[in-house]
Write a protein that binds this ligand. Structure first.
Ligand code: RB5
Length: 150
């Protein structure tokens, strides 16, 4: 598995903790930034990570900003991306099983690094259940194709 990871200034510290987790799990990753604490725009990092997932350069994406909201809104504008904003372990597991989410967004000002790392661990290791859930996702993809003409 290859993961693309990005954060704005609100999430840059947590991004480093998540990168340490990816290394521990032997997961290949691309860090798109930001690389410092200066104020930046979450969309400049959320959109490239989402595009990497959409075009197959990465299998999954992880995005962190202050709340995770801006990142999740941006990522979900990219065709083929299903991004979940997650702040608890139950949702981390079920959004993989039911929604086959390929991007995880978290808010570094909402949860601490301990919870965030456990969420990432669960989200990275949980499989999609398919079946009736695949039918539901297909309907979203069909809608996406219809409105984008592709
Ligand atoms: C930046 O101050 C903050 O707005 C951003 O990190 C995020 O919370 C946006 O949704």
């Amino acid at each position: 598995m290859k993961v693309a990871i990005g954060a704005d200034h609100g999430g840059v510290e947590l991004k480093q903790d998540l990168i340490s987790l990816l290394k521990e799990l032997n997961i290949d990753y691309t860090d798109v930034g930001s690389h410092c604490a200066d104020s930046v725009d979450y969309s400049d990092f959320g959109l490239p990570v989402a595009e990497m997932v959409a075009n197959g350069e990465a299998d999954r994406g992880i995005l962190i900003c202050g709340t995770g909201i801006g990142m999740s809104i941006a990522a979900n504008k990219v065709k083929g991306v299903r991004c979940a904003l997650v702040h608890d372990l139950f949702t981390a597991k079920v959004t993989r099983e039911h929604n086959d989410t390929n991007v995880l967004a978290m808010g570094a000002r909402v949860i601490g690094p301990g919870v965030a790392l456990e969420i990432a661990r669960v989200w990275l290791s949980t499989e999609f259940e398919g079946g009736r859930h695949a039918r539901r996702i297909d309907k979203i993809s069909q809608y996406e194709n219809r409105v984008t003409g592709g």
